[in-house]
Design a protein around this ligand. Structure first.
Ligand code: SF4
Length: 203
């Protein structure tokens, strides 16, 4: 169904992906893509990003939600990258998750997209669609990620993350899933079971 599925964020290297993913928390990829090419052309490295003050970086990213927190986290992350990792983005989960503003989901995106390391980032779309379909039966994102890793072959984790996101954006909407237009009804627990509340979330 989605042969062209790929990461919707614009980036050229692990550093740009890391910063774009921090900015994308609770914001749309589209809003992030509007500002990052200009930002990265002027500040392409952690060292150059650190030439900005907190206030200056806030001005650069103020069209994105939570921009004050994000500016603080980005500068603190850049400082750690320079001081601890020689200005490079680490490719180990525990190191990534030690960076300010980087949780499990952001680390998974960076591992999968920047380093081609199998990982499944569970965002709101992945959580909703996989639980409706029955690919996962998780009350939270951690259990959902565990179920997905069990039920999807490891060599498809990276692409399956994108399939689920696109399906959630285009068809399996949060409030009113377009089941009439969905090619997956025959496989979907939403149709074969009835364990969902009126918003389509697993009970
Ligand atoms: S059948 Fe409906 S609930 Fe199931 S995946 Fe398709 S749109 Fe979502």
């Amino acid at each position: 169904m989605y042969p062209d599925a790929k990461c919707a964020l614009i980036f050229r290297n692990p550093f740009e992906l890391l910063i774009a993913t921090i900015l994308a928390a609770q914001a749309t990829d589209k809003s992030v893509n509007k500002i990052t090419p200009g930002l990265f052309s002027r500040f392409p490295t952690p060292e150059s990003m650190l030439s900005l003050t907190q206030e200056e970086l806030e001005q650069e990213i103020k069209s994105i939600g939570l921009y004050k927190n994000k500016a603080r986290n980005i500068l603190a992350t850049c400082r750690l990258l320079v001081e601890k990792y020689g200005g490079q983005v680490p490719s180990v989960r525990v190191d990534l998750e030690s960076l300010p503003g980087v949780g499990r989901k952001t680390a998974s995106v960076v591992l999968a997209e920047a380093f081609q390391i199998p990982a499944i980032a569970v965002d709101t779309h992945v959580f909703r669609v996989s639980n409706r379909l029955g690919l996962a039966q998780g009350k939270d994102v951690v259990k959902t990620e565990e179920d997905l890793m069990k039920n999807i072959p490891m060599d498809q984790w990276r692409i399956a993350h994108h399939w689920l996101i696109i399906h959630g954006r285009q068809v399996c909407h949060a409030r009113k899933p377009a089941c009439g237009d969905c090619a997956l009804t025959a496989y979907c627990r939403h149709h074969t079971g009835n364990d969902y509340d009126e918003e389509g979330e697993a009970k």
